[in-house]
Design a protein around this ligand. Structure first.
Ligand code: HEC
Length: 401
């Protein structure tokens, strides 16, 4: 069985021999007729070589098909065209061999027609054979959209220009599977009877019960590489860590099809990975911040904070603590931190703020300018806060440190 498989794989190599010979000799025949030249005597022998090598390649092809993993229908189509090639080549050898040089002009039409037929058979056989090894869309996969349309391929709308426009399966997951899995798992050649040619087919191994632990596909791409079940098999280029992360994220979010990427749960890291994957590099996702509610403004004013907008139309604010003579209590801090994302300028100078309280402002990611001058803060605490937000300018004039 191993020997059969071993020989079978030479089909892919040997088939180029009859292809080259028959292509050449058929073109030569047509050329000779067109130029009204005598046909070289050796031509007849070349047809025979072509026919024999075609038969040899076909035999190896048959051995290869015994190994399984190919769609029966696809094999049958390829095989029938190949039989056509062989028969036509033997016919040409036999028939053209009978034509004597002085009678050649009488047979011009049949010489040209048979040669053209041979060319056609070769192309058809090659086409269906290539579809089996590479998948039907191999040739035009990277073609411009108008060529894809000509061949009846589905053309996806132009690349998405935002996470809102991107659909999770077609734009993120499918390209990965096409790149790394489809050579063995397509409709005509489905190793392990598994295909990634469509969303529905792919789902067969994803697991519909949800969760990574139920997913055969996820299990296989996360095994150690030396494991027998590891995919892609046969030492083919494995998925990158990012690709595995994306597939895991997709499955955890319900392995959906045309759902917008932005409607799924994403961590910050994953968002940047998605942006990178989709080539949206320059686009920054700005997290939208709600306006501060009037009740909250009232509560803060009550606690002694003066709030003003930094810029019309933006939610960011500048806050001054005016009641600095009173204690800066933890309750006040608590209220203030309710708007931690809105804080851009904050003046707490002369207040009784403590080191521990100061460090809570690490959560104020948009805080650009913090005035804690004339307080009892230690340099250590100020340095610590500075480390958590390097952009922040801290006025620490006349502090303890
Ligand atoms: C070089 C060929 C090859 C490549 C590339 C390849 N596979 Fe496979 N795959 C196989 C073979 C052969 C089997 C059947 C043997 C087995 O089960 O391990 C298989 C089986 C599978 C199965 C099991 C199907 C079932 O019956 O449940 C899954 C799932 C799978 N592959 C996923 C993938 C994924 C995902 C990729 C891409 C990351 C991939 N394969 C790439 C050859 C390949």
């Amino acid at each position: 069985m191993d020997l059969i498989q071993f020989l079978g794989r030479f089909h892919v190599l040997l088939l180029h021999l009859p292809l080259g010979i028959l292509l050449m000799v058929a073109c030569l025949e047509i050329y000779a007729v067109y130029k009204k030249q005598a046909r070289p005597p050796l031509v007849k022998t070349v047809w025979l070589w072509g026919a024999i090598s075609a038969a040899g390649a076909a035999l190896l092809g048959y051995l290869l098909s015994l190994g399984g993993g190919y769609n029966e229908q696809a094999i049958a189509t390829h095989r029938n065209w190949a039989i056509g090639v062989i028969l036509c080549a033997f016919l040409c050898w036999f028939y053209f061999g009978k034509i004597s040089t002085k009678d050649e002009h009488k047979h011009r039409k049949s010489i040209v027609s048979l040669s053209l037929l041979q060319l056609f058979l070769l192309f058809a056989t090659g086409h269906y054979g290539a579809n089996m090894t590479h998948g039907e869309t191999f040739l035009v996969e990277h073609a411009p959209n108008f060529v894809k349309k000509l061949t009846g391929m589905e053309v996806q709308g132009d690349n998405p220009s935002s996470l809102d426009e991107a659909s999770v399966y077609p734009h993120i997951i499918e390209p990965i599977l096409q790149q790394r899995c489809s050579s063995c798992h397509n409709d005509s050649k489905a190793k392990g009877e598994y295909s990634v040619a469509s969303y529905e087919a792919t789902m067969m191994a994803v697991g519909t019960r949800g969760g990574l632990e139920n997913s055969e596909l996820y299990r296989r791409i996360t095994l150690p590489e030396y494991h027998d079940d590891f995919m892609p098999a046969d030492g083919k280029t494995p998925l990158t860590e990012q690709q595995v992360t994306l597939i895991g994220w997709w499955i955890e979010n319900g392995a959906q099809n045309i759902t917008s990427v932005s409607s799924l749960n994403t961590s910050e890291d994953l968002t940047s990975l998605l942006i990178e994957t989709l080539g949206l590099g320059e686009l920054k996702v700005i997290k939208t911040i709600d306006e501060i509610s009037p009740q909250l403004v009232a509560e803060l004013e009550q606690a002694g904070f003066h709030i003003s907008r930094v810029q019309q139309g933006k939610p960011y604010v500048s806050v001054i603590y005016a009641d600095y003579a009173k204690e800066f209590s933890d309750e006040k801090l608590q209220s203030l931190l309710k708007i931690n994302e809105h804080l851009m300028w904050l003046k707490l100078s002369k207040s009784s703020i403590t080191d521990t309280q100061l460090l809570r402002f690490a959560s104020a990611g948009n805080l650009l300018n913090l005035d804690v001058s004339h307080t009892k803060l230690s340099q250590e605490a100020i340095d610590k806060l500075q480390k958590s937000n390097e952009k922040m300018v801290i006025n620490s004039f006349n502090t303890q440190g």
